[in-house]
Design a protein around this ligand. Sequence first.
Ligand SMILES: [Zn+2]
Length: 344
Amino acid sequence: MIDAVTPAWFHPAQLAFKPRYEWAFGERIDHPETTARAESILAALRDSDRFAVEEPPPVPPGTLSAQHNGNLLALYRTASALPEGETFYPTVFPKRDQVQADPTRISHAGAFCFDAGTPLSSQTWEAARWSASCAWAAARALKKRRLPLTYALSRPPGHHATGKAFGGYCYLNNAAIAVSALLRGARVTVLDIDVHHGNGTQSLFYRNPRVQVVSIHEHPDACFPYFAGFPNETGAGAGSGTTLNVTEAAGCDGPRYMELLERQALPAIRAFAPDYLVLSAGLDTYALDPVGHFQLTTDDLREVGERIGRLGLPTVAVQEGGYHTEHLGRNAVALLDGLRTTLG
Ligand SMILES: [Zn+2]
């Protein structure tokens, strides 16, 4: 049980980026990754006396370039020069070995992107950089202050972003940046409970024996990102055996989810025996979520937090998805309260 206030990180510049729509299966739909998401969580944190919101310092450029290719970061700076109010949606996705892509041309953005739902504007880089800064600051505080739990209100999310490409509403891999702040002299597990597979996080650590990546998600046969997150992906080289994908069909409810946690995910983490846990805290497993197809309730999310907290690992929770804006803050606090009940 944690009695002290849990620190949370957020920067107002994360609200400047406002994607309005996305192209999904040929349809133009309202973009689910809105600023209202962060505002809902922020309000819920501030309504509670158990959390204190701090502004992070900027993440060092070298920390970003350790995870992401220089051309990808250069493209984000190119997007920063887009005219105010203009948004670029990549629609041409060349095969990467067939092109010399120029990151100073916004028209080449598709070479660094894997879907049509993740736009660029003049505000994208600032928002993504501060989102990453939250994860970096939360991880550093966890280690330096020897805290049981910290929280990064990272928005835009990060777990789909790979070293070379953005997509899935993600630009910088916030969870990987948190790992990098913890990894010196330590072993780290990333547990990704977003309803979507964290393909970016998996790819960044696929060959790393010191970082375990465990993800519970809707089976990619029927769910984004479609091309990764299958159970036969288990790591490679020195990292063989350090990736675990736990998949379930649409409709997964609370009791079934607890089984997946207790029988597969948590035993694997205990066997790896890490020093720290980075929790990729997606909340789109919620029953009313417009994007995911699982059936968890707010009480289930609290119980998920309690069960993860029983690992007894210093934990940095990094916000990922979750698109039922009205209940998002309540669900984030429920998950964190669950962790606070059993950690400490
Ligand atoms: Zn998601």
